[in-house]
Every structure is written in C-alpha cells, then in structure tokens.
Design a protein around this ligand. Structure first.
Ligand SMILES: [Zn+2]
Ligand SMILES: [Zn+2]
Length: 300
C-alpha cells in the first residue's frame, strides 16, 4: 500500500486520478517536433485517495519526482512503483527520482522476477559505477524490491492484476481496479494475431480481450501505424489500427494511445489520432480515443 497524507491538491477521494508524465517509447525524444505530446519515456501516476502508485520509471518519473517534492515538501511519502519490465525506457528515470533521495520516504518496487538476473540485480546494475555515481543501496530512502508474484494482489484500495504480454524478455501488463473504476496499462505489447510465425506468443488476443473487457481507461502500445508495422514485425509493439479494433471489440470506454514511436512528430501523432478515431467510429462508435501526452490527467 502507498499513501501520502496531507495532499494539498483538491481531489475526489473515491476517484482514480491518472496523470501522464512520460508517453514516449524506446528512447527520450526532446525537441521542437515532439514538444506537444512530449519526449519523456513511460511513466504514469495513479492516485486513489491518498494512495500513490507509479507505473514504470522511464524518464518521465523525474518530473513526477519534482512535482511530489513541491506538493509534499519534506513530509514522508509512501510510494508504490510497478514495473512492467526492465528495458531502459521503463527504468532509466529512477536514478533521477527525487523522492528516492529523501531519508523519510519509502518506495516499494514491484516487478517480475522472471528475468534471468532478478529485478533487484537489474535495478542495482544500472546504477553501478561507471554507469552512475550513486549506487541503489546508497540512496537515503528506504527502497524495498518485491516480486510481483501471483497474478493478482491487493494494494491499498486497489486490486492489481498482471498478465504476461508479447514483448521480448519478461514483460507484463496491468489492470488496476477500484470500487468504482478500472484502468489497464500495456505500454509494450504486440498483438498475437500478427505475430504468428514471427515470434513467441505468450498472450493470445482473445485472452487479452477478456482481460481488458469493459475497462474505463486502457493505456496501450500503439507505436506503429499499419504502414510501418510490417517492417517491425516481432519487435514487440502494437499496430495502432489493430489495437483500436481490439479495444472496441472489448468494450473499452476510453483508449489512450501510448508508447509513441521516437520518429513520430507531433504532427504525425495528430494524424494517427485522427485515423484511430475514424476507425473507432466506424466500429462500435462509442469508444473515446486519445493520444497520451505529458501532463494529460484523467479523473475516473
Ligand atoms: Zn518500452
Ligand atoms: Zn520493452
């Protein structure tokens, strides 16, 4: 469980608040061409009451850390960080996360131990000399690394379900369910229907469809367009057009396109979003579609 007492922001305690801090896939892409959607890699903040959950620690987590510092000042924080996997774009921001440098903070990090070296070893190694000047164990906060373990666990007011996805190495997707709403988070996933014969299928599309059925918000990998996808077959990322159709079939209420390709400018993403909305309308009609951008907040 994570909690942070004394929040100064006005929030509805029974609602889920989702805030996007990093939306880019693969590598940070600062610059004028990406300034509207943002260039930081995967990081999403979820708040439920005074509970704070963080999904992935891409470079977006640095700005989240600064915002938490401004909000809570030196008051102690209890945070939960859920990692989908340990590719750079999902862990690289952690060494720059300010709350980790404050002695009275506690950070519980959950991830799959299914990797060959284990989560603790992987997180420690990215901060070892000569890669970084401060070791993970030297950080003043109390950092507890835990195995995600079973597919379902309860964290404070939320139920967190995880499922292994189609992505190189060990990678999972999450479903977070509160008493009133639900969010799915699949930053890296390739749909199985296209993958046949080109890679190992760990999550058949039908199983994914059941897992995401009826979600209020689904944040999902739509890195490539249908035109780009064939040259990236087996890379572990979604084809936007197929993801929109799958989410529509699953009765998702709001699809948020995520893990934008580093080569996609703001204009390119505007175009993808327009196409995605047309597909959604042509299908079942009622699903809302957005493209994630830094600073976007949703209240459920
Ligand atoms: Zn990624
Ligand atoms: Zn990855």
């Amino acid at each position: 469980m994570s909690s942070a007492t004394g929040s100064t922001r006005k929030r509805d305690p029974s609602a889920l608040h989702v805030c996007f801090w990093g939306v880019r896939g693969s590598i940070p892409t600062p610059g004028r061409a990406t300034s509207r959607y943002g260039g930081n890699t995967s990081c999403v903040e979820i708040r439920s009451g005074d509970q704070i959950l963080i999904l992935d620690a891409g470079t977006g987590i640095r700005n989240l850390g600064s915002a938490l510092r401004r909000e809570f000042k030196s008051r102690p924080l209890q945070l939960t960080l859920l990692l989908t996997h340990t590719h750079w774009d999902h862990i690289q921001g952690f060494p720059f996360f300010q709350p980790a440098y404050q002695a009275n903070n506690r950070i519980e990090v959950y991830g799959a131990q299914g990797t060959r070296h284990g989560l603790a070893k992987l997180l420690t190694s990215q901060m070892e000399s000569p890669f970084f000047p401060v070791g993970l164990r030297d950080l003043p906060s109390s950092i507890v690394i835990k195995d995600l373990g079973n597919d379902t666990r309860s964290m404070g007011q939320l139920r967190v379900d995880s499922i292994r996805v189609n992505h190189p190495g060990h990678c999972v997707g999450f479903r977070l369910v509160s008493s009133r709403s639900s969010v799915g988070y699949f930053p890296d996933n390739e749909l199985a229907s296209k993958l046949k014969g080109h890679g190992r299928i760990r999550l058949p599309d039908l199983e994914l469809e059941v897992f995401i059925r009826g979600l209020d918000v689904l944040i999902m990998d739509t890195q490539y367009s249908r035109r780009e996808y064939p040259s990236h077959l087996g890379w572990g990322h979604g084809c936007m057009e197929d993801v929109v159709r799958l989410a529509g079939r699953a009765g998702v209420k709001h699809l948020v396109m995520f893990h934008h390709d580093p080569d996609h400018s703001d204009m390119a993403l505007d175009g993808m979003l327009r196409r995605a909305r047309r597909i959604a309308q042509a299908g079942h009609g009622s699903m809302k579609v957005s493209a994630a951008r830094e600073g976007l907040t949703l209240k459920l």
